[in-house]
Design a protein around this ligand. Sequence first.
Ligand code: COA
Ligand code: AMP
Length: 637
Amino acid sequence: MSGEYQASYRMSLEQPEEFWGVAAKGIDWIKQTERVLDDSRKPFYHWFAGAELNTCYNAVDRHVENGRGEQDAIIYDSPITGVIEKISYRQLLDQVSRFAGVLRANGVDKGDRVIIYMPMIPQAVVAMLACARLGAIHSVVFGGFASKELATRIDDAQPKVIVSASCGIEPSRVIAYKPLLDEAIELSTYKPAHTVIVKRPQAEAVMMEGRDVDWDTAMAAAEPADCVPVAATDPLYILYTSGTTGQPKGIVRDNGGHAVALHWSMKAVYDVEPGEVYWAASDVGWVVGHSYIVYGPLLNGNTTIVFEGKPVGTPDPGTFWRIISQHKVSVLFTAPTAFRAIKKEDPDGTYIRKYDLSGFRTLFLAGERCDPDTLNWAEEKLGVPVIDHWWQTETGWAIAANCMGIEPLAVKPGSPTCAVPGYDVRVLDERGQSVAPGEIGSISIKLPMPPGCLPTLWNADQRYIDAYLRQYPGYYLTGDAGYKDEDDYLWIMSRIDDVINVAGHRLSTGAIEEVLASHPAVAECATFGVIDQLKGELPLGLVVLKAGADIDEATLRQELVQLVRSQIGAVAAFKLVTVVHRLPKTRSGKILRGTMKKIADGQDYKVPATIDDPAILAEIREALKPLGYAPKTGKES
Ligand code: COA
Ligand code: AMP
């Protein structure tokens, strides 16, 4: 270790204003900041107070002005439709300014919200940047969410306009988005004035006269709009993420801190130079998509890939390698689950050897715990460093990583390495005291968090305090449990709340329970995550029937699966559900989800001293077996 990481990390914590003041030079400002860190309203912190900028200008216009106009900004590679399309920075500027004009013509101004419910097509990126151009606040909703989830977000964000497409395309089927959107607007109390719809050849969209606008027609007639200066502290976007209840949390991202942090991270964390091709194989509906399909690479003058496909089956497990080789990708970022899928279909890496990957430098993985088997397999087959890094929607960029552009540290498989500069990560016990190395605790970040992290929740300052800051005053609660070892490496072990991680998608078991409980035959229920070899975790539901409920179990199971699919979305991958006579509870009535999870996963478990009836655990074990869970390995103590 040459000590560069240590020096950088120390400086970021001891002199944060100097540290981020230097990083801020990577961004073009309309007005310089008066105060790099404004801590006058603790526990709310604001970075670059008084400064003004435009995020879209920094991601698009300035690259055209500085000679990157002919460089590809976006390569849209869609094995699912057979289309490859390249969009230069100059073309992107043209499209974004015209779409900003479309939004403005439909009533969108600075501070207004725009929901974007789109598949992985370049228009999704154009729409996001067009909002940023106007100082409007976008809220992208993942296409795999059903109407009800979309309706909840419409009511919370109150968008003037919703941008969508006629359909998304999954390997097995075309998903008509427009009827889902219409249903969501039907369900929501708040009604947007307009929608703008990209009509794709794979599905028609029935348009509502006066409300729905056709993307192509509007673009052809659009008056291009220029960048609108915004305060660094003004919101750039809201991204909803799962919390413990059915009501998702609207994570707010500001303009200034976000631009500085993401631009800085491209070199410091990913070691990518402007002009290189950088690919995050995720979806714009997730934070990884926001930060590393759209804003990070474009702020840095990279070429970004918009990939519409899957790691396997579109058409084979060689898709990733074809794209890396064909488009000269230097760095790939995806979720471990994508690699588990590839490894399952191509365990010997036969497809890898078919392509010239000589320009490929580094693989980054995040979104869920990376099992050492997957990491080792990827490293061995690809022959490049594989970097596990840990972060979450709330932070918007990595909390812990092996910062390849500062100083590569030794890899310990299973650990995302050390805290990234800017993050003072502590592992706390129940009283809020730091625990000793190797001891598990609640992973927290001492305030202030670095630029780019959430300043608050949308219209919910108190919920922000209650959810993240109340438990340990002066610290942000990540919701993850784990430990730091003697070398300050972090080990992320589990969530401390009801959040589960299915194929890198974050879901709330509480939200699934709300859906199950809404079935007329269900008296009570419990949902928890169980281990799955491919997706990491899957939700499993247990339901207790109402007395006298007249429904056979097979029908009920089907109805429950369908209910979750229609209320939350296919992405919940909810297929495991069974009926039990009762649920194990403590004497005070708390359902013992943790104990049931251990039984299902075949882990050793303790019978809690507070359980009201220990005999019930044996019944649960029997009920789980037909679902393929509860192997004999776990012992009771
Ligand atoms: N619109 C509509 N439906 C969607 C969708 C979208 N954008 N994305 C997924 N779905 C549907 C799928 O069709 C599937 O439906 P099904 O139950 O009818 O088959 C369901 O939601 C689950 O999708 P997914 O999680 O993608 O599972 P999969 O079995 O189709 O594929 C993997 C498994 C591992 C290949 C896939 O999860 C993957 O590519 N993961 C990459 C990791 C990733 O992108 N993580 C995001 C955070 S970094
Ligand atoms: P999301 O907000 O959807 O990005 O999910 C964030 C959560 O995913 C984190 O709080 C962790 O629980 C989990 N997670 C993300 N990356 C990692 C990682 N590298 N290792 C372990 N868990 C991770």
